[in-house]
Design a protein around this ligand. Structure first.
Ligand code: GDP
Length: 295
């Protein structure tokens, strides 16, 4: 019946107006619509609730009910708040090292290997860097093959050591290889598992400690919705990462995970993945994301 949140809120508030005096309670009712929209977009329930409480204060402060189109003003307030919440300094990746080392973290299937390739391609093309990809997944030979396929496609060198079962040693050897061969960016792709477990966390913590990357990125599948919060927190507790990569935004998801993650770990979302191709990478724009989440 209604095509977007703005219409829904206008309608709700007009109905309320027709019933005489409008109170804080009525605003709270309409904010339930906002909360529902956020939860539909996969924003974590508690975060959506805290968020609408803040919006409520703002809405009452701005006398939202005396305007002609209260729904639209409400949506503007919501959008501004969302944009602010997802904002923060996302000024790209830190390339100050020589070589600059970038460590990729995240669950298996989140899109780490694909994004490692995309980032290497992006840095090569836009920033005229000479990246090296390093394959540190010692559990799945297919993952090493996959990184080689990606490297070949974008014409970026890949360092791997198939017999070696020690990811820390491989990462260190990769960096040494980069130094010896004039690579000024090293992207270290690591193993992930299907859920957070101690072994994986210990392993990535050890790699992180040994190579001391300039930039640690947490890659998360935007389709994982509510679960993304727990995963992001677990990785951030261990790695204190620098930024988030939200992948698979070409799918159906509204991308509410962006808000949940930003609220929980307070780290900038730096890039988004919008497809399987190497070119499907975009810088993250909070305001575009807010539009998407609001529908
Ligand atoms: P990893 O296990 O974290 O290294 O994840 P992969 O890079 O292997 O990605 C898992 C699957 O997701 C692969 O089939 C990728 O092609 C796919 N994938 C990765 N990023 C994206 C994206 O942004 N959009 C879509 N549609 N698929 C993606």
């Amino acid at each position: 019946m209604f095509d977007n949140l703005s219409d829904k809120l206008d309608k709700a508030l007009h109905v309320l107006k027709g019933h005489g005096s409008i109170t804080e309670v009525n605003v709270a009712e309409t904010l339930k619509e906002v909360r529902r929209a956020l939860i539909d977009a996969d924003v974590n329930f508690k975060i959506a609730k805290d968020f609408t409480n803040r919006v409520k204060e703002k809405a009452l402060g701005q006398n939202v009910l005396t305007t002609l189109q209260p729904g639209q003003l409400m949506v503007k307030i919501v959008k501004d708040e969302l944009t602010e919440l997802m904002g923060g300094d996302a000024s790209g990746v830190n390339l100050s090292g020589n070589p600059s080392v970038i460590l990729m973290s995240g669950l298996q299937g989140s899109g780490k290997t694909t994004f490692s390739g995309k980032l290497a391609n992006f840095l090569k093309t836009k920033k005229t860097k000479k990246p090296l990809l390093v394959a540190c997944d010692v559990y799945r030979p297919a993952a090493i093959d996959q990184l080689h396929v990606v490297g070949d496609a974008i014409k970026v060198d890949v360092f791997s050591d198939r017999g070696n079962q020690d990811p820390v040693a491989i990462a260190e050897a990769g960096i040494a290889f980069a130094k010896a061969n004039g690579h000024n960016v090293v992207i270290v792709d690591t193993a992930g598992r299907l859920a957070v477990d101690t072994e994986m966390m210990d392993e990535i913590a050890n790699i992180h400690k040994a190579i001391q990357p300039q930039e640690t990125l947490f890659v998360v599948d935007s389709m994982t919705g509510q679960d993304a919060v727990n995963t992001a927190k677990a990785f951030n507790d261990i790695l204190n990462f620098d930024g988030v990569i939200l992948t698979k935004l070409d799918g159906d998801t509204r991308g509410g995970a962006a808000i949940s993650i930003k609220s929980v770990v307070d780290k900038p979302i730096k890039f988004i993945g919008t497809g399987e191709k190497m070119e499907a990478i975009d810088v993250f724009y909070p305001s575009r994301m807010a539009d998407r989440i609001l529908g």
